[in-house]
Design a protein around this ligand. Structure first.
Ligand SMILES: [Zn+2]
Length: 162
């Protein structure tokens, strides 16, 4: 045996190559692996120049592989329907667009916009804000511009702002 880059060099003896391909493709434990898998397995221990070509030829000559397409992935899950929303302003997202050029409105300078999207109605609200907005100010802004405006009657503590 000759070693080549820590792999065993397989001579041109076709019976040896054929035996290795058989062991890595259609032996009991091999499960008719595809060319990539066989190549990965053989590459760990063996080397011969036309290995990839021989693997593909071997698979093309395999009667079972030509008749059956093997399932090589996990079965697909059943489709799940999306969460059904039943009320507006229950599921929202907030995005902050910051570092805009400053603009004055009603004597106050703003440099950012808060975008709130209600997923039930697909409604968007754009609110002027400052980049330095605190959490308390955000809560007050949200309460004034959303909770009061849309008369959200549910208990505010039930809100989950993810
Ligand atoms: Zn096969």
């Amino acid at each position: 045996m000759i070693e080549y880059n820590e792999s065993l060099y397989v001579s041109k003896d076709l019976s040896v190559r054929e035996e290795l391909l058989k062991r890595h493709h259609d032996d009991l434990l091999a499960k008719h692996f595809d060319a990539d898998k066989i190549s990965e397995l053989l590459d760990r221990k063996y080397y011969w120049k036309s290995m990839i070509k021989n693997i593909k030829e071997y698979i093309n000559a395999c009667d079972i592989c030509q008749r059956v397409k093997m399932k090589r992935h996990l079965s697909y899950d059943k489709l799940k329907s999306l969460l059904q929303l039943t009320n507006s302003w229950k599921e929202i997202t907030m995005n902050f667009i910051t570092n805009l050029s400053s603009s004055k409105w009603k004597e106050v300078m703003y440099d950012s916009i808060l975008v709130i999207v209600d997923h039930y109605m697909k409604m968007m609200r754009y609110l002027f804000m400052k980049k330095t907005l605190t959490v308390i100010e955000l809560a007050e802004l949200f309460f004034e511009k959303i909770v009061l405006k849309y008369e959200i009657s549910n208990n505010v503590k039930d809100w989950v702002l993810n």
